[in-house]
Design a binder for this molecule. Structure first.
Ligand code: ZN
Ligand code: MN
Length: 249
């Protein structure tokens, strides 16, 4: 979208089947081997892959997200992790959704790549819909892309057993997808060999940074490969496209 002129955007918009995608991520540590922008880079890449299959247009990503939590993103104590307060994220999404509705966009998909964002995105969507009112026919899908991974894909990617999405921060899924979409940004030789994090079933405030492996990686990324990334990217893209077409057609 940012490379289109307003005239070209207006032309695309005339088509009521147009789907606008808003990728959301975070600026957050992803271990020594992945870039800080991983979550927005991946949600943008996946949104772009889906967009080519469904008459989609990708808006600029939200590159900052809600605060990193120790048990899902390592926490706020890492240099570079740069986060928004929850209400700032909700209000920003609210503003942008309301703007797209004002343009006349009918179909909007918010593609989240940062676990901690989801309830603040949900709140922003809800507030925007309340602002917009029932006279407008905009419909909005919100998704976390990893939820589209099928059991068959997970079995192929994790032949020795899937540790669960909670520990997948900077681990096999994100590293493999980065190797597929952005190989130049991945430093395979820097992948740490820490054992998986072992968190208690509660949180503490202020956060206990000693719970988190010093590398910031919550389970090993050693099993990552570009081939696994390609497999996941293709299957996730296919599955999201199917959901989008079934909800918006
Ligand atoms: Zn991430
Ligand atoms: Mn994240």
């Amino acid at each position: 979208m940012s490379s289109l002129s307003w005239v070209a955007y207006q032309q695309r918009m005339q088509d009521e089947t147009l789907v606008v995608f808003i990728p959301c991520g975070a600026l957050e540590q992803h271990g020594p081997h992945l870039p800080l922008g991983t979550d927005a880079l991946l949600s943008a890449a996946i949104a772009q892959s889906v967009a080519t299959k469904v008459n989609g247009l990708v808006a600029p990503p939200f590159s900052y997200g809600y605060k990193s939590q120790p048990k899902s993103g390592g926490g706020q104590h890492f240099p570079g992790t740069t986060s928004l307060d929850g209400h700032s994220l909700s209000q920003s999404i609210r503003d942008v959704v309301r703007e797209f509705a004002r343009h006349g966009i009918k179909n909007l998909v918010i593609v989240d790549g940062h676990y901690e964002n989801q309830w603040f995105l949900t709140e922003g969507i809800d507030l925007a819909l309340r602002d917009i009112g029932s006279s407008h026919s905009i419909r909005i899908m919100r998704l976390e892309y990893w939820d589209f991974c099928t059991e068959a894909t997970l079995n192929e990617v994790f032949p020795h057993g899937f540790p669960g999405f909670a520990l997948e921060h900077a681990a096999v899924i994100e590293t493999s997808l980065m190797l597929h979409y952005y190989p130049d940004f991945v430093h395979l030789d820097q992948i740490p060999d820490d054992p998986p994090a072992n968190f208690p079933p509660y949180d503490m405030y202020p956060a206990c940074s000693h719970w988190v492996p010093a590398s910031g990686v919550l389970s090993s990324a050693k099993g990552a490969s570009a081939a696994k990334g390609a497999l996941m990217a293709a299957q996730i893209t296919e599955s999201i496209a199917k959901a989008v077409l079934s909800e918006f057609n």
